[in-house]
Write a protein that binds this ligand. Sequence first.
Ligand SMILES: [Ca+2]
Ligand SMILES: [Ca+2]
Length: 242
Amino acid sequence: MSHSLLRVAWVPAISPSGSPLRERRGLRAVGFLLMRVAAPCMLMLIAPVANASRIPSPANSTAPDLIRLVGTNGNAPDAAAGQFTIVARDLANNPLRGCVVWLDFSNCPDLEICTDQMDPDATTNCTAKAIEKIGNDLGEVTFTVLGRSNGAGHAASLAGSGRIVVNGALIRLPSVAAFDLDGMGGVGAGDLSVWLGDFGSGSAWSRSDYDGDGSIGAGDLSQWLSVFASGASLTSCAASCP
Ligand SMILES: [Ca+2]
Ligand SMILES: [Ca+2]
């Protein structure tokens, strides 16, 4: 050991009674010094390991390939048409307890998310056009996303335009559909007119693809009619993030 280290290891100590200084030398002092110096380094080595365990595995996590924006019956979200659950797990298939789950719609210019999601656990971030919730102890989080589209001639999003992000890492690119296609009056006749326009356009606009099969057809019309008939999405939100 170098003389400089031994000099640093020399530690003066003061007794409780304020008696003259007593020197601590030798292995005990060096050990004390190493603990002081080495402990922070060890923590720095452990920290990346801890952070790595917070990284989600897209393959091990459960997340939808389709998100359907819905309305409310005036009091509650239309969970029957829009609810889905995400389960976030890491590379070792352990649930990501308390994970931060982020639904990002910023790549969907023809869709709007409601400012008020009628969910006390959800935070809407209009700047990011995203909704955030925190997973439970099992890494689970359930959403029913309130939102709408912006009318005829404005279709823009194709399959895979949404983003599901967990703890800052992308785990899925879902398609995003909306039953309230004209953005007013809940799910009603005006939306059917917009849907027919999307159907006739020849493009697979995701907003009208309610079964998420990558095309607009009879199966989607059937689903729209079911939601209309249920009466659970008859109200559009008062304010939304464009
Ligand atoms: Ca409507
Ligand atoms: Ca379809």
